[in-house]
Write a protein that binds this ligand. Structure first.
Ligand SMILES: [Zn+2]
Length: 494
């Protein structure tokens, strides 16, 4: 039955039976009648699907004695759905195609930024929000011009059109832009800048009324007089993993979310749409780094808690928690220890003891790789670098032993298998370290790429019912359009 026919049926039935019964029936049967929210906050854990969220819950409750708001609040008390994630040209999507579908409602090829395979540029979520008079904001731990925030906002043929993407941000002028990626805002060769077109975009944003933040303390201060917008650039490329983060230099995702909400909620009659992404949940998956992933899930959940606190004060706010796809084929499991490895017994199963080992980790694999690079650049030979690696593992991944196979893989810069390969070039020890940790804790990975696991979407607030059940990722965009309401008549349609 179509929605319109269903409504007519309900109206007709109302004449015949009790009005009270019908009101209840209409509310539960027709999500199309859902109230339109004034504000929409999308919290986006890149590369995190149900397995990661469940790991966030298990580890947060056990190791930091905190409920995981994603599961305990949004999924439990809001609505929960699954989204298929395939792109136009692949069963396993990349972040660009997934975010394009979720933003525009059109499937894109992997690598495209809200551009269809035919070359069309359908309106993005942020463009449509803007055309309805809403304030808009982008927050990410990645480069601001990276695939997900870009596809939710602008159009580009390739996710690598960095300068073009930043230029379009200037034209769209979101009230809030917070994240990394200062390199493509600054001139080539100056202070880490990489722009070849001789446009100083930091200066261009300043001229357009933006206050510019470069460290955590800048976010605490109110916007200066005559400034109504905020650009925060806290790293030249992606921001650091939460497990490695220098809290003075780089704000947490929760701190950025708090700051974004402050700017967006100031004098906003028509409300706002805010996109908050943790990209590091994806990067940790690519690195097969369970310790880094755990801290990223907690950092993400802290941002979700900020959004839920805002919603408590402003109930006309819809909070959506979602992601684009799964990364790493993350598989906590039972396993057999390899012959000759250390540790008690030959079989293992993931349990609280194993989790506590992960809880003792103090550094990401990426940071360990960076330290080794520095050592090699300072002139250390292969053996000295390997000795330093053993020292770093002992200090920062306590309890872990490097077996001979893992040591040989790292020494020869080899990947453990064809699908557990080097995510970064030149090769880093990350995939071998991932295998080392898996063999001793049971936190295994199936790939260093993405997988086809459906993404979860959970929502709480007005309009949440639209996201219930099993949908395609293009439905996410269509649902949001219904909640944004009709365009004002004066606006030209694209
Ligand atoms: Zn990825």
């Amino acid at each position: 039955m179509k929605t319109s026919n269903l409504s007519q049926f309900i109206v007709r039935a109302c004449v015949q039976i009790s009005v009270v019964v019908c009101v209840v029936g209409a509310v539960t049967m027709a999500p199309a009648h859902a109230k339109t929210p004034k504000n929409i906050i999308i919290l986006f854990a890149d590369g995190a699907a149900a397995t990661q969220m469940e790991f966030g819950r298990y580890s947060s409750e056990l190791l930091r004695s905190q409920p995981f708001a994603v599961t305990s609040e949004v999924m439990r008390h809001g609505t929960l759905g699954l989204m298929s994630t395939l792109s136009n040209n692949a069963y396993v999507t990349d972040s660009a195609a997934a975010a394009s579908a979720m933003s525009t409602g059109h499937k894109a090829n992997n690598g495209a930024i809200s551009t269809t395979p035919q070359g069309a540029s359908p309106a993005t979520l942020m463009q449509d929000a803007r055309s309805r008079g809403k304030k808009i904001g982008l927050v990410t731990t990645s480069m601001l011009y990276d695939a997900s925030p870009a596809a939710f906002s602008v159009n580009a043929k390739s996710r690598r059109d960095y300068e073009f993407i930043v230029n379009q941000y200037l034209a769209l002028a979101p009230e809030v832009l917070l994240g990394g990626g200062a390199d493509y805002f600054k001139l080539d060769g100056i202070d880490g800048g990489k722009r070849k077109d001789e446009r100083d975009m930091v200066e261009a944003f300043r001229k357009k009324g933006y206050a510019v933040a470069t460290q955590t303390a800048d976010l605490a201060a109110p916007l200066p007089p005559r400034k109504t917008k905020l650009l925060g650039l806290f790293a030249d490329e992606a921001m650091d993993f939460a497990i490695d983060r220098d809290a003075v230099k780089q704000p947490s995702l929760a701190e950025m979310t708090t700051s974004a909400l402050k700017v967006l909620s100031a004098a906003s009659n028509k409300g706002f749409v805010l996109f908050v992404e943790n990209e590091n949940t994806d990067t940790a998956g690519h690195e097969n780094d369970v310790g880094a992933l755990m801290h990223e899930l907690w950092a993400f959940d802290d941002a979700v808690k900020v959004a839920l606190a805002y919603r408590k004060k402003h109930p006309d706010t819809l909070v959506i928690v979602t992601g684009d796809h799964e990364t790493g084929g993350f598989t906590p499991t039972s396993a057999q220890r390899p012959k000759g490895s250390t540790g008690p017994g030959s079989s293992l199963v993931v349990n609280a003891d194993m989790l506590r080992v992960i809880g003792g980790f103090k550094m990401s694999f990426q940071a360990i790789s960076d330290r080794l690079d520095e050592k090699a650049k300072a002139g250390a030979d292969k053996e000295a670098v390997m000795a330093y690696l053993a020292e770093l593992v002992q200090k920062n991944l306590p309890g872990m032993q490097m077996d001979d196979e893992v040591r040989a893989l790292i020494l020869n810069k080899q990947a453990p298998s064809l699908n557990i390969r080097h995510h970064q070039l030149p090769p880093t020890p990350a995939p071998a370290l991932g295998l080392m940790v898996a063999r001793q804790t049971g936190f295994y990975w199936g790939t260093t790429g993405h997988s086809s696991e459906p993404a979860t979407v959970s929502a709480i607030g007005p309009g949440a019912a639209l996201f219930k059940g099993y949908q395609d990722n293009t439905d996410f965009a269509r649902n949001l359009r219904r909640l944004l309401g009709a365009k004002p008549k004066s606006t030209t349609t694209r």
